[in-house]
Design a protein around this ligand. Structure first.
Ligand code: SF4
Ligand code: FES
Length: 273
């Protein structure tokens, strides 16, 4: 009988690491911030980046010190809550990966890792590594509702959707609203986020009735929130953990231009009506 080996070779052969962390600490938006140095000892390569920070925090709490404040929720790459700039790159630079899904095996023993918050005027700092991303919620809110028919449920095939449009809409709907695209952009533009949110509705027949109003309202809310303009550098696409394509920005610009040309007049969320 073949003997099973546990843990498997690939896992057991990974050695614990000792790391130096340089972490942005800032009591609140009004106080001055600075990078503080911490040692993270005996870090398992199988830990996620956030689990590593949990261990550092347990150590700080045991010493009676203030733990490092950072955002997280699902820790499965689906909620968009985690938001750390690791070594200068939002989410740490592993393609298609949120920082909660980034594992310590991608670092080396002895590494120094710098951890900072998202930096953008529209994302005011709350504490340490936590910023206020409610501007993104207000943009979604400005998009408003979708008309629905409240009669009996239609037959599944009564509303045909072309396969390529369904696929495109699904690609756009993958956006988790993390804001990494803003943090990576030299202009702090939210264009990739807004383009994804507009497109996943505007591409489908259900989203067509409010298409023009939605495009105008969401783009105007983005500007109102203080995000910068898009100069198509592509840095947003490079860091997006859901690999949203910048092609959606071209689609958003087209939808917005059409809305303006049609003279889409009334955007309640913008006009305050
Ligand atoms: S477009 Fe990508 S980076 Fe931007 S908020 Fe959505 S998931 Fe995050
Ligand atoms: S904590 Fe939910 S995506 Fe990272």
């Amino acid at each position: 009988m073949r003997k099973s080996r546990w843990p498997p070779a690939a896992t057991s052969d990974l050695r614990a690491m000792n790391l130096t962390l340089k972490v942005w600490r800032q009591r609140n938006a009004k106080s001055e911030g600075r990078l503080e140095t911490y040692q993270a000892a005996n870090v398992s390569p199988n830990m996620s980046f956030l689990e590593m920070l949990d261990v550092v925090n347990e150590d700080l709490i045991a010493k009676g010190q203030e733990p490092i404040a950072f955002d997280s929720d699902c820790r499965e790459g689906i909620c968009g809550a985690c938001s750390l700039v690791v070594n200068g790159v939002p989410h740490g630079g592993k393609k298609g990966t949120t920082v909660c899904q980034l594992h310590m095996r991608h670092f080396k023993d002895g590494d120094t890792i710098t951890i900072e918050p998202w930096r953008a005027r529209a994302f005011p700092l709350i504490k340490d590594l936590i910023v206020d991303r409610s501007a993104l919620d207000r943009i979604i809110q400005a998009g408003g509702y979708i008309s629905i028919n409240t009669g009996g449920a239609p037959d599944a095939n009564a509303l045909p959707v072309a396969k390529y449009l369904a696929d495109l809409a699904m690609d756009a709907a993958a956006c988790i609203g993390c804001g990494a695209c803003v943090a990576a952009c030299k202009n702090a533009s939210a264009s990739l986020f807004v383009a994804a949110k507009i497109s996943h509705l505007n591409l489908l027949p259900q989203g067509k009735p409010e298409k023009d109003r939605r495009a105008k309202a969401m783009v105007m809310q983005m500007d109102k929130e203080g995000f910068g303009a898009c100069t198509v550098t592509g840095s947003c696409e490079a860091v997006c953990p859901k690999e949203i394509s910048i092609d959606f920005i071209a689609r958003m610009n087209r939808d917005y231009a059409v809305a303006l040309l049609k003279g889409e007049p009334h955007s309640p969320a913008i006009d305050g009506a």
